[in-house]
Design a protein around this ligand. Structure first.
Ligand code: BG6
Length: 522
């Protein structure tokens, strides 16, 4: 199959998208133009734990070009040498693999540091001069700069406005900006943040990171759905009884009490990671695998989420907060006992809820969502439960007819399993349910870039597919804002309502069991 575009294969009924890659186009290479990464908040927690270890490993794996330079900006009074030492320790501690001394020397020679207050105008002139000194031009003579906002959400708008005032967003440098979640605090603040960002940059310069989209099994969802006729044909309300998405964490809030007291579970996980999974599992096929086609389809599904009024929220949404308990047989404190948390906090650490999508594919099919901290184990799973057959032909009448299940496990074991019934050997008519499992690690013995690294590389390459678009961010807030306000206006009684190590409060089970179903992940 050569040439472009390809319309219809001569001998069959298979249609090809006119956007399809032809066979003579090689796989995407990780070719990156020279660029300078400017990190705001360069000595903060995010930079030390995640960002700089990831950049270092990308460098170590020879993905970065020779023309790579790094410029850290923070208020800490450090010189280049001291900054390198701080980050070296961080990479040693938080890096995913044993430290590579030789590569580190090469890497650190490209690291520069600027100390100062982000509100001072003169700092931005200093930044320009520094960039002129260290940024290596590409073949066309342009200097590529990526700004990374590793700062609290309230600080991002201040920096972006200053960059704009000092003409550092467009013009002399060819720039991109990476923004970390949370994107705002509610719809109003997200819209304001987007306005500030899009005033300063074009939308295609803006990379909003949701690290769930960098996980390979998450990306696989649409490949799996739209390449396999056995699943695609039954992926709808006619065959699927319900869909469940569980993002369970066994950890508590760790050192992030201040952040979590302002966020809570809905802002932290539901508004972003879960709604992204929801979009991928429910969306229509994109016209092609390109950033905007995919993002358009995700947006359409979010727009079709059934409106939830107060009465619906009270009936079908469950909140919880963990008290002291045991996780993996070890004592764990309650949320209210964590550092920087109010002893009478009403912030939820657990969410369960039922959603509907008002479109032809899904009308009437419930999507049950559940997430929480200090649950019995860490697991992210999407389960599709198929409808049961209307007649039972085999087994004893007292046996329950189990439904078929398709389970996509995103983490910690990346796998896909299909559950179905077979005849138990030598029995008369006994049905036994088995799982057919595809495991990523067994099937592919290749190294997959961790999500952060994958997303950074995509940004360096200019691929926006796995980043969240402005309109999608706002739509996700449209969905969760009513839940958050309803709960904030009506503080819960009886928090904490689940012990660390339990699967949330009893109401989470009642939500689904009351509808003659049960949580599959567990
Ligand atoms: C982050 C949340 O976005 O995702 C954290 O702020 C959460 O609270 C984390 O622990 C979960 O990510 P992962 O990749 O471990 O599932």
């Amino acid at each position: 199959m050569k040439g472009f575009p390809v319309a219809i294969k001569e001998d069959s009924t298979i249609m090809y998208s006119r956007f399809l890659q032809t066979c003579d186009i090689p796989e995407k290479e990780t070719r990156i133009e020279p660029f300078t990464l400017v990190i705001f908040g360069a000595s903060g927690d995010l930079s030390q734990r995640k960002l700089l270890p990831s950049v270092f490993y990308i460098f170590r794996d020879d993905v970065l070009v020779n023309g790579f330079a790094l410029l850290g900006f923070d208020r800490t009074a450090l010189n280049d040498e001291q900054y390198r030492t701080v980050i070296k320790e961080a990479v040693r501690e938080f890096g995913r693999e044993p430290f590579d001394e030789e590569k580190w020397d090469e890497f650190s020679s490209r690291m520069n540091f600027m100390s100062g207050n982000i509100e001072q105008d003169e700092k931005y002139e200093e930044l320009r001069k520094k960039l002129e000194q260290i940024a290596i031009p590409n073949a066309g003579g342009r200097r590529n700069v990526i700004y990374y906002m590793a700062v609290p959400p309230s600080v991002t708008p201040v920096i972006v406005k200053k960059l704009q005032e000092h003409d550092l967003c467009k013009g002399e440098f060819r720039t991109k900006v990476i923004v970390e979640k949370p994107f705002g605090y509610d719809l109003r603040s997200a819209t304001e943040l987007n306005r500030i960002l899009t005033d300063a940059f074009d939308e295609n310069q803006i990379y909003r990171i949701d690290h769930y989209l960098g996980k390979d099994p998450v990306q696989n969802i649409i490949f799996f759905r739209f390449t396999n006729s056995i699943f695609e044909e039954v992926w709808n309300r006619h065959y699927i009884d319900n869909v469940q998405i569980t993002v369970a964490e066994d950890i508590g809030i760790e050192h992030r009490g201040i952040f979590y007291e302002h966020a809570g579970v809905v802002r932290d996980i539901v508004q972003n990671h879960i709604l992204q999974l929801f979009g991928l599992i429910a969306m229509e096929p994109p016209t092609a695998f390109t950033a905007d086609f995919i993002r358009d389809e995700k947006l359409k599904i979010l727009r079709a989420v059934h409106h939830m009024d107060d009465d619906y929220i009270d009936r079908f949404m469950v909140r919880g907060q963990y008290g002291p308990g045991k996780v993996h047989s070890k004592e764990a404190p309650g949320y209210r006992q964590e550092r920087n948390v109010s002893p009478s906090s009403t912030v939820p650490t657990f969410f369960a809820g039922k959603f509907y999508i008002d479109n032809l594919r899904w009308a009437g099919t419930p999507f049950y969502i559940r997430t929480g901290k200090r649950l019995p184990k860490r697991v992210t799973e999407i389960c599709l439960q198929f409808k049961r057959l209307p007649v039972k032909l085999f087994g004893r009448t007292c046996d329950k007819l189990e439904p078929n299940l398709l389970v996509l496990t995103i983490q910690p074991d990346e796998k896909i399993s299909l559950r179905f019934g077979v005849k138990y050997p030598y029995s008369e008519s006994q049905i036994y349910h088995v799982n057919m499992v595809f495991s990523y690690s067994e099937a592919f013995r290749i190294k997959i870039h961790p999500p952060y690294e994958r997303l950074l590389i995509d940004c360096m390459r200019g691929d926006l597919t796995l980043f969240v678009r402005e309109d999608t961010v706002e739509e996700m807030w449209e969905i969760v804002d009513p839940i958050i306000s309803r709960w904030e206006e009506n503080p819960p009684e009886g928090f904490p309502n689940y012990a660390a190590g339990a699967w949330g409060p009893p109401a989470a089970n009642r939500l689904i069991e009351g509808e003659s179903r049960q949580w599959i992940t567990g």
